[in-house]
Design a protein around this ligand. Structure first.
Ligand code: CAO
Length: 555
């Protein structure tokens, strides 16, 4: 197998250019025309292709090295028949057509103009490139331009360069637009010369800088996803380039950015001299998708959303406070349950349009019955609490108002013909919602027994996914603790939840006098996409009436 030195071809007028990226490593198999390194001057960036197919045996350059025509880039073990081929001429291996080594951008031939007249600026000799695409138009009609000021950026698949003006003056007419293909001699713009005379064309304008131009107009905004905060730290992404200047990036990175709609000017480059590398683009996209970063375009949309534009949440960044400034603190990681339930609660709160109806149930007789039941069944060891009755009442109310026993699936409502009722259980590690399956088929004692078993499992951290899935409707009871009313958060994909607080004796007018009655505060939260306020009020009234007279449940 022959070893072949791959050298930097004729790169035009550039004496020495810096290596800013090495795109291959030892052991890589490369094809002819595959880019090996990226070089950059202050005027252009270009990728140097391999003139030889084979396996990279040695890399002779490193980032930061200066190279010129003839510098050895890599040593390749030539593959197959090519192995016997002699190494390309050391001096100047011909660059693959349209691949690398743009010739210097020679002085554009400015058509001579009469004093005070106009000059048509044309594309100068751009070397080996037959036709290249205009990827940026850097000036607009009315702009005053100087000699050598960049007018457009063109790009092939291997290099990008800016085409400068050969004359100073005011842009009267632009003769190209984004996406046009241009070649040597293509008219770019008509420029009205300054001071009434055409400026002399510079003898030789070098390739214009690839790093000094406004952000690409073609960059489309990346759509934001409303999602939970990322689990991993994401890099901060402030633009590194001064406003109005395009950050350093190789043509392939620019292409990648355009394909993904990433605004390069907003990406922080982590390469040498703030150069943007592929990992920066990836990090930027991840940060935007995670909601950690907004593009300028998204920020512009956000106020519109706030004003009724209909997209984005437009919330302020979370306040960053140095709490230790105000007093001693300690840090405690959220429990696993809190992290999981927190993310679910957040989603449900943000996504579901909640409304909460408050009502009262007179449970005077039911409480007396419950106490009596517990006395009678003391020996059985099953304690009945008000929650068991509420689970039965919930089943009856769901039967009467079926839309409360449903879930949204896009624009379709899935109505359930089963009755699994969840109950919120407070545990040392956080909130969980075990589910009593087929509560319609179970009596008060069986429900009480299952509840106490599930509550114990919850406290011991032993609930499995099956214990917590399939719920139709949930009850969150704070009755053993206290409080009056609250707003329970719907346990998606359910569409309603009943919150219950501590019952207390209250004076109730019976038409003749105030009577002391045991009143249970109810708070029903419901999804306004599925349920209307009138239905919610009826549900509460019916639920309360069942608790007030439990015989009605049999009707
Ligand atoms: N009014 C007055 N007293 C009530 C009551 C009510 N609405 N509900 C229960 N009680 C009483 C019980 O009768 C019991 O009294 P005794 O000890 O005298 O018998 C006492 O309060 C404790 O009841 P309990 O809480 O053990 O039993 P429960 O069946 O009512 O509730 C469970 C079980 C697991 C749901 C409950 O322990 C729990 O974890 N509740 C918290 C739910 C929660 O955190 N919700 C908030 C979710 S949103 O963050």
């Amino acid at each position: 197998m022959a070893l072949v030195e791959v050298q930097v071809p004729d790169i035009g007028d550039f004496d020495e250019v810096g290596v800013i990226e090495v795109l291959v490593k030892v052991g890589d198999t490369v094809k002819v025309e595959q880019s090996l390194i990226t070089v950059e001057s202050d005027k252009a960036s270009m990728e140097i292709p391999s003139s030889q197919a084979g396996v990279v045996k040695e890399i002779k350059v490193a980032v930061g090295d200066k190279v010129k025509q003839g510098s050895v880039v890599v040593v390749v073990e030539a593959e197959g028949a090519a192995a016997a081929a002699p190494a390309p001429a050391a001096a100047a291996p011909a660059p693959a057509p349209g691949a690398a080594a743009p010739a210097p951008v020679a002085a554009p031939a400015a058509a001579p103009a009469a004093a005070g007249g106009s000059v048509t600026v044309v594309v100068p000799d751009i070397g080996d490139f037959d036709e290249v695409a205009v990827i940026e138009v850097l000036v607009k009609v009315g702009d005053t331009v100087k000699v050598e000021q960049s007018l457009i950026t063109v790009e092939s698949d291997k290099a990008s360069m800016e085409i400068p003006s050969s004359t100073a003056g005011v842009v009267e007419e632009l003769l190209v637009k984004l996406g046009d293909k241009v070649a040597k001699g293509t008219a770019l713009a008509r420029v009205k010369t300054v001071g009434g005379a055409a400026a002399p064309a510079p003898a030789l304008a070098a390739a214009a800088p690839a790093a000094a131009a406004p952000a690409p107009a073609a960059a489309a905004p990346v759509q934001a996803a409303v999602s939970a905060a990322p689990a991993v730290a994401l890099p901060a992404h402030q633009p590194t380039a001064p406003t109005g200047q395009l950050p350093h990036a190789s043509p392939s990175i620019r292409k990648l950015a355009r394909e993904l709609g990433v605004p390069l000017a907003e990406v922080k480059g982590s390469g040498a001299k703030g150069r943007i590398v592929e990992a920066d683009i990836q990090g930027f996209v991840k940060a935007v998708m995670a909601g950690a970063v907004q593009t300028a375009a998204q920020k512009a949309v956000a106020p519109a959303a706030a004003a009724g534009g209909g997209s984005g949440l437009n919330v302020l960044a979370w306040p960053k406070v140095d709490f230790d400034k105000f007093g001693p603190t300690e840090r405690k990681e959220l429990s696993r349950i809190k992290k999981i339930s927190g993310a679910n609660l957040h989603r449900n709160w943000v996504v579901i349009p909640h409304v909460t109806n408050h009502d009262d149930a007179d449970i005077t007789e039911l409480e007396a019955f419950r106490v009596q039941l517990n006395k009678e069944n003391e020996k059985a060891g099953i304690k009945v609490t008000m929650l068991a009755f509420m689970i039965k009442a919930a089943v009856a109310a769901l039967k009467k108002f079926p839309e409360f026993n449903s879930s949204l699936d896009g624009d379709t409502l899935v109505l359930k013909n089963y009755f699994h009722i969840g109950f919120a259980a407070d545990t040392p590690n956080g909130l969980v919602v075990p589910v009593i399956k087929d509560a319609d088929k179970k009596g008060i004692f069986q429900i009480s027994a299952e509840m106490s078993e599930l509550a114990k499992k919850a406290r011991d951290g032993k609930l499995g996914p099956a214990d917590m899935s399939g719920g139709c409707f949930s009850i969150s009871s704070l009755g053993g603790i206290g409080g009056k009313y609250f707003t329970p958060i719907i346990n998606a994909p359910e569409v309603a939840i009943m919150g219950v607080c501590k019952s207390s004796i209250e004076p109730v007018w019976d038409g003749k006098a105030f009577q002391p009655r045991l009143i249970l505060p109810l708070s029903l939260s419901w999804d306004h996409r599925v349920i209307d306020g009138a239905a919610a009020a009826r549900f509460n009234v019916y639920f309360a009436s069942l608790l007030a007279d439990f015989r009605r449940i049999a009707l």
